[in-house]
Design a protein around this ligand. Sequence first.
Ligand SMILES: Cc1cc2nc3c(=O)[nH]c(=O)nc-3n(C[C@H](O)[C@H](O)[C@H](O)COP(=O)(O)OP(=O)(O)OC[C@H]3O[C@@H](n4cnc5c(N)ncnc54)[C@H](O)[C@@H]3O)c2cc1C
Length: 527
Amino acid sequence: MNQSVDLIVIGGGATGAGIALDAALRGLKVTLFEQNDFGEGTSSRSTKLVHGGVRYLEAAVKHLDLEQWKLVHEGLRERKTFLRNAAHLAHPIELITPLYKWYELPYVYAGLFLYDLISGRATLGRSRLLSAKTALKRNRAIDPDHLKGAVSYFDGAFNDARMVIALIQSAEAAGAHVHNHHAVTELVKDPEGRITGVRVHDTLAGTDTQYAATAVINATGPFTDTIRHLDDPDAPPLVETSSGIHIVLPARFLPSPLGVMIPKTSDGRLLFALPYQGHCLVGTTDQPAALDEHPPVTGEEVDFLLEHLNHYFALKATRDDILATFSGLRPLIASGDHGSTATLVRESEYITSPSGLLTVAGGKWTSYRAMAEKAIDCLLAAHPDLTQTHPCTTADTPVIGSRASREVVMKQLADQGLARQAEHLYAHYGDQSVFIEHHARSPNDLKPLLSDPPITRAEIRYTIQKEYVRKPLDFLVRRSGLGLVEREKALTLLPEVLELMNEELSWNRVSRKSMENEAKQLLSTSI
Ligand SMILES: Cc1cc2nc3c(=O)[nH]c(=O)nc-3n(C[C@H](O)[C@H](O)[C@H](O)COP(=O)(O)OP(=O)(O)OC[C@H]3O[C@@H](n4cnc5c(N)ncnc54)[C@H](O)[C@@H]3O)c2cc1C
């Protein structure tokens, strides 16, 4: 048994990483375990919007629902904090809603005007009513036929997979121990039935170890009930999973820095087309789905997105235009009677079981920080034997990467002779970009391996040494983001990544081959 810590966090997505950071900053001894890679679950497969929730606002108004109001208000407050504390990964984005019926203009504008009002000082810019001509000038993607006008509004956009790493690194810098590719397989209990630790399987080394802790938090997103059942096989289900897919199209489908919000799909939801990593990201769907580490993308869901997009976009897309697809599972709080998962409120829950397991479930990316704060407050209330040495400071703590200004970093990169890669490096690593040069073993390591994105060997080495890369897709999908937007290019880079990982991690021939096979298989099916 390892030395006991105050808190073990199970799950290294937005929720678990946020909790580990909050707890470590409050002076608790924390260890986090993630069964796959950090962010490999839902947290790298979102729409990548930092938002108050335009959808919840409509429900709040229509049903005079106070809970939905509170959700929007909290989301908008957290949006501002998020953008401030992760400035290298998150930025405001203007979105245009094209409207083809006159009566929709005042309705949609009134809703978005209300969104601004609730934002108050957290506003990112005022919503505006646009004529059809102005809308087309601002965003050429929109289908001009019968366009009556549009409404523009602002939200935030961010790189979700990189944000998990920034949180994990920040937690580690604050004293937390973090382990990816370590699955919690058992909750260890004392004779009174209180949890005293966990049993963990190192999925790469194949070893099992027991870790002791005063408290354990279950932050496993869609897997919430799997851990709850380790604690109590009769625990009622807390979470329902629904899948949401995204497709990625070439930039010619969205030749604008502005996104598009499609106000109503045939199943009554919103759809987004956003500029992302030089491409056009389109999503999402909402289908009840089974628990799966790599949920499949069905042809039906792809056609649903294409059909709606083509209704609103000038250039019509087909399946052949798609560069990549991915699916994520929403960890929605189960509510007894409901028709479809699209009507569930994305509320979060904090439940302490009789054995002391605190389960934190639901929520949305935007509110990860507020969820973490509530979780640690709950934990401390339930454990008088744990004391914080500092109050919660996450609202005022920039994440690793956002602690120096863009200007300073860009200048340093130019001084290092990395001007060509500077935009790419800053957008991924923020102020940590300046350390990448130190990981070059020869001048060759600083030459881009691809023309776009200009990834270098030094960057790959850096992520292995500093960003917990242990499998090829940890780099290809989540650190660089390449596999999320361009599958073919990710496959092209795979041999180079394997070679460097082999060098850095001293693999044997068998593990190299199995890493290669797994990466190829996931890149050709569901990442
Ligand atoms: C399609 C889609 C689009 C979305 N878009 C947005 C958006 O634009 N903006 C927004 O704010 N929110 C959005 N969300 C919601 C947001 O992505 C999620 O609420 C959030 O990512 C959930 O994070 P999580 O950490 O709870 O879950 P996850 O990211 O799934 O993390 C849980 C982790 O626990 C790990 N785990 C499970 N079992 C074990 C075990 N036994 N041992 C160790 N680790 C384990 C898993 O491997 C996983 O990595 C979207 C969600 C979906 C599905």
